[in-house]
Design a protein around this ligand. Structure first.
Ligand code: C2G
Length: 131
C-alpha cells in the first residue's frame, strides 16, 4: 500500500484544497493529512475561521482523505513520515523546495496550486461585498 502525506490549514475548505488532496491521493492508496492545530496556526500567523475540530470533520468527510492527524509544529514531519511509513510527501508548489530535506526518507512532490482561489481571497471578497 502506497501511503501519501500532506499538511495544511485547510480553513474555509475550497476547490483549490480539494484539487490538491485529490491529486495527492491519486499518487497512492492511502492519504494522511497533517492538519494545523489552532495553536500552530497562531505560530504560522494564521487566524482560522473554523476551529481544528470543525476543519478536521470536513476533511474526514472527503473520500480522498484516509486519516487526519494534528500538525503541532514545523519539526514533526520526519517523525510522521517514519511513524506512518509514508512513501510520498506532497505539497502545493508555493512550498517548492522547502521540504526537500524529507527526500532522505520518502519521495517529495510539489503539485501546482489551483489559481485564483485562496482562503485569504474568499475572506476579502466577502468583506468587500459587505461594504
Ligand atoms: N493549495 C492549492 N491551491 C490553492 C490553495 C492551496 O493547491 N489555491 C494547497 C497548498 O499549496 C497546500 C494545501 O493546499 O499544499 C493547503 O493549503 P493551506 O491550508 O494554505 O496550507 P498552508 O497554510 O500552506 O500550511 O507544514 C505545512 C503547512 O502546514 C502548510
Amino acid at each position: 500500500m502506497k501511503k501519501v502525506l500532506t499538511y495544511g490549514t485547510f480553513d474555509l475548505l475550497h476547490y483549490g484544497h480539494i484539487n490538491l488532496l485529490q491529486r495527492a491521493k491519486a499518487m497512492g492508496d492511502y492519504l494522511v493529512v497533517g492538519l494545523s492545530t489552532d495553536e500552530f496556526n497562531s505560530l504560522k500567523g494564521k487566524k482560522c475561521y473554523f476551529t481544528y475540530e470543525k476543519r478536521k470533520k470536513m476533511l474526514e468527510a472527503l473520500r480522498c482523505v484516509d486519516l487526519v492527524i494534528p500538525e503541532n509544529s514545523w519539526e514533526q514531519k520526519v517523525e510522521d513520515v517514519k511513524e506512518f511509513r509514508i512513501d510520498i510527501f506532497v505539497m502545493g508548489d508555493d512550498w517548492e523546495g522547502k521540504f526537500d530535506f524529507l527526500k532522505d526518507y520518502c519521495d517529495v512532490v510539489y503539485l501546482s496550486r489551483t489559481p485564483e482561489i485562496s482562503t485569504t481571497q474568499i475572506k476579502k471578497d466577502i468583506a468587500d461585498k459587505k461594504d
